[in-house]
Write a protein of this length. Sequence first.
Length: 157
Amino acid sequence: MTILINFIVFLSLFILMEGVAWFAHRFIMHGFLWNLHADHHYKGEDQFFEKNDYFFLIFATPGILLLGFGTYIGLHLPYFWAGLGITAYGFSYFLIHDVFIHQRFKWLRNADSIYFRAIRKAHKVHHKHLGKEDGECFGMLWVPMKYFKEAQKAASK
């Protein structure tokens, strides 16, 4: 039973993080911490690191703390598994956003599916707005259905 509860905690935190990421992107990154996120929308010099990368540390901290605390008090308790869910989401975000979409590493260059096309399109729509206002598509792993439909239509041509 403990294994099932821990798996549910892991999966719930992974799914919840998409909502947290959407909220943080919409109201924090495009809000009062725009100064850290702006360089991600305005590409000046071609630099590997951006101020936007500080968000990695901000978002990784709760996962690291929960993993450490959960390891210390016992893996049978849900703290570790909550931290693992947050960390797994962060790793997925990294793979989709930094590796696949922005090609900061050349690992997934040839990945192609309707899902990947929909994510790439939604992210392009997000980046067409250079300012902090008037943005759209703030999520990462779940995108509006219209982009799946567009990707499906393009794939069938």
